[in-house]
Design a protein around this ligand. Structure first.
Ligand SMILES: Cc1cc2nc3c(=O)[nH]c(=O)nc-3n(C[C@H](O)[C@H](O)[C@H](O)COP(=O)(O)OP(=O)(O)OC[C@H]3O[C@@H](n4cnc5c(N)ncnc54)[C@H](O)[C@@H]3O)c2cc1C
Length: 681
């Protein structure tokens, strides 16, 4: 491992500072992780991490509470927000029972509550007096929010709303922390006043309160609210996702979130003209955060797989990665292995730089909103949605490929990779299913094209479509590394796909608009993805200009080219056919591209370890027996396996093994199977 690390052509600590913004930030993050890992007891990596012990549902939840409390306290005491959006393993914040509170609940209040409501609720949230969750999804409705069935009927007599689940399918199902942790929930329900249904609105619903009830909390939500399904999920098992059926629960009228709407004492409803825009603004923030977290979690998968592939030796041959003593090859030197791992590593950096672009756009949009200017919303919303779809799918697919690159050991839970994949793949669904997200991008494109409106990000579509889109790529050989050539290729594909599908959608038809949309949905997805990939490539290229250190810049330029070129020719590249189906690239040019990729892989191979070290993950946060910094894979696997409770307890009386031996193994060994068979005959 040391040898591989020393081969780097650049100083990984410079890249670390670029990733985290400054040397001071790196220092602060290191200190926070050191404190939290010490408090959790995960700093001693010779010990089997608790999450791999033989934990039942209750243990998993208690571990989640413990970790959540420690990280929350650390932020509180040391005044930082590092763990407000993620946990101590760089997993999204909703992976611990308190995470939803800072990730969704508080931002929602800031965004949707009136100044008077904020004045009451925000201090309570920040001091921990109330703990929140976000209850939108129902058994019957997730993506289609307008279909939500829970009702909030205004009772003018008592000045209250009555929250009710009128049907079985209206049961709230999924909200994280709803099971046991949250004292309050933002509940999405249909606001009904004087028999008029005003659509889905948000309500603050208190569940229980220590102060009112003394030290023994009595839950005054309906009893079914407290049921949870921890451990029934692929990941996120430290969280008490729960379900709730409301039975005429009464809350004050003033618990309706009233920043952009109002219900008077007489039950008269008024909504501000920007209500819808403000609602979108809230979703935009959580998607933006997801995009950022994706980069780090995806980077963890690649860090583990690349470290493992560097020290794992299997097979014979002569390459630069061969071990001269044993004569076997590090698996990293196999072409398919370094192709898969390095092209995924390039995607990690692409996600990261694109998420920074998303952060910048969000900041600008927020500044405008403060002046009641909502003009930035369409682009900000399209970008956060499209990038969420692209980043989560890319990260989940890439992490699974990284896991497979580690063979059997990658299938071990203690490799850390199954948990990383499972937590990443949840992100393709929550906060808006990806294929619903792609439609947001498609709507933005089609609406603008059909209205002949050309925002900055779409100006290339206008320029290229007006010149007919008949040109062919002229590049050869290493010209395919040029940023301009790469952008031309990506822009050409995107402009063509968008304009083609816009024509299909606009063609005269007897079918209803939604049916036409549904007919061309696959083409719409391709156009949406192509536009997002142009934005991602542009932001990757744009970030190169900001890098001052030459050696780092060279390595990242190679990664940029690798990212773009493997997007065209990789066997797994989605929609790659769009680059070639109109003859824009010839088969000779595709050969040139493949040859450039081979060269880039050779150039990047010595930097693979440094490019993963740059993320600065602690061993404890990786939680992987095969991905530690020192590369001592086999020792750690055996050490952790030894500590599994089933092994520690083996041979002791009344344990699982003794019971199993007596009831199942011994009878077979004594030939009782045959005896029973003989008796039957
Ligand atoms: C780990 C996890 C944590 C969660 N936490 C919370 C939480 O804290 N609070 C909360 O309220 N919810 C939570 N959820 C629920 C989550 O928000 C929903 O699962 C998500 O919005 C998707 O909705 P759905 O499950 O109804 O999927 P569906 O909408 O049923 O999607 C199924 C399929 O139908 C397709 N589809 C649906 N509608 C359309 C359409 N209009 N056009 C085209 N295709 C469509 C989708 O693309 C998808 O392929 C969580 C979910 C997970 C997995």
């Amino acid at each position: 491992m040391k040898q591989a690390r020393n081969k780097a052509s650049f100083d990984s600590t410079i890249l670390t500072e670029i990733i985290y913004g400054s040397r001071e930030n790196v220092q602060k993050i290191n200190e926070a992780f050191a404190r939290v890992e010490k408090a959790l007891g995960t700093d001693d990596t010779s010990k089997l991490p608790a999450c791999y012990g033989n934990m039942n549902r209750e243990d998993a939840f208690l571990e989640g509470l413990k970790a959540g409390k420690i990280t929350w306290e650390d932020g509180f005491v040391h005044k930082h927000d590092l763990f407000e959006t993620m946990n101590h393993q760089w997993t999204a914040g909703n992976s611990n029972p308190f995470g939803l509170h800072t990730l969704l609940f508080i931002p929602f209040i800031r965004n949707q509550a009136s100044p008077e409501q904020c004045k009451i609720w925000i201090p309570q949230c920040e001091s921990g007096e109330i703990i929140g969750c976000y209850a939108q999804t129902e058994l019957g409705h997730g993506s289609f929010v307008r279909g939500i069935e829970t009702t909030a009927i205004f009772d003018e007599m008592t000045d209250e709303f009555i929250i009710h689940s009128p049907t079985f399918s209206s049961s709230k199902y999924w909200p994280g922390a709803l099971g046991f942790t949250a004292t309050h929930a933002v509940v999405m329900a249909r606001l009904i006043s004087h028999g008029l249904d005003h659509g889905v609105h948000a309500f603050m619903c208190p569940g229980w309160n220590l102060e009112i009830l003394g030290n023994a909390p009595i839950i005054f939500w309906p009893s079914e609210t407290t049921l949870t399904f921890a451990r029934l999920k692929m990941a996120y098992n430290a969280v008490d996702n729960g379900y709730a059926r409301f039975d005429q629960v009464r809350i004050p009228r003033t618990n309706l979130f009233m920043k952009s709407c109002h219900l008077s004492r007489q039950g008269v409803y008024k909504a501000s003209k920007n209500r819808q825009k403000l609602l979108y603004g809230g979703m935009l923030n959580s998607r933006r955060i997801i995009n950022r977290i994706m980069a780090f979690k995806f980077a963890q998968a690649l860090t583990i797989a690349i470290r493992y592939s560097t020290v794992r030796e299997q097979g014979q041959g002569s390459t630069s990665f061969a071990n001269p003593q044993i004569g076997e090859i590090a698996i990293m030197s196999y072409k398919h292995q370094n192709y898969r791992l390095l092209s995924n590593l390039a995607k990690v950096y692409a996600v990261f730089f694109a998420s920074q672009h998303c952060d910048d756009i969000h900041r600008i949009h927020q500044q405008k909103i403060a002046k009641d200017d909502h003009s930035g919303l369409p682009y900000a919303h399209m970008l956060a949605s499209g990038l969420k779809a692209w980043a989560t799918q890319t990260a989940a697919d890439g992490a699974e490929d990284a896991r497979r690159c580690c063979g059997g050991h990658g299938y071990l839970m203690i490799s850390g990779l199954p948990e990383i994949f499972s937590s990443l793949t949840a992100m393709t669904t929550l906060e808006g299913d990806n294929y619903v997200m792609w439609q947001q991008v498609a709507k933005y494109l089609i609406k603008n094209i059909n209205h002949n409106v050309w925002p900055e990000d779409m100006s290339y579509i206008q320029r290229r479509s007006s010149s007919g889109l008949h040109e062919k790529c002229q590049a050869r050989g290493n010209e395919f590394r040029s940023c301009k050539v790469l952008l031309d290729i990506y822009e050409h594909r995107s402009a063509r796909l968008s304009t083609e599908v816009a024509v299909m959608i606009a063609a005269p038809s007897n079918a209803a608009g939604t049916d036409v949309w549904n007919t061309y949905m696959m083409q719409l997805f391709s156009a949406a993805r192509a536009h997002i990939e142009v934005i991602i490539l542009k932001s990757f290229i744009g970030h190169l200009d900001r890098i001052m250190d030459n050696a780092t810049k060279i390595v990242l330029s190679r990664l940029t080219s690798l990212f773009a070129l493997t997007g065209i020719t990789s066997p797994g590249a989605i929609d790659a056919i769009g680059f070639v189906e109109d003859g824009y690239l010839s088969s000779c040019q595709l050969r040139d591209i493949r040859s450039q990729i081979d060269d880039l892989l050779d150039e990047l191979l010595p930097d693979a370890i440094a490019l993963t070290d740059a993320w600065n993950f602690t061993d404890a946060s990786l939680c992987s027996a095969i991905g530690m910094k020192d590369g001592n894979v086999y020792e750690t696997i055996i050490e952790w396996t030894r500590q599994l409770p089933i092994n520690v307890n083996a041979g002791k009386t009344a344990d699982v093994f003794a019971e199993g031996f007596e009831t199942s193994i011994k009878p077979i060994l004594r030939g009782q199977l045959q005896m029973r068979e003989r008796a039957r005959l």
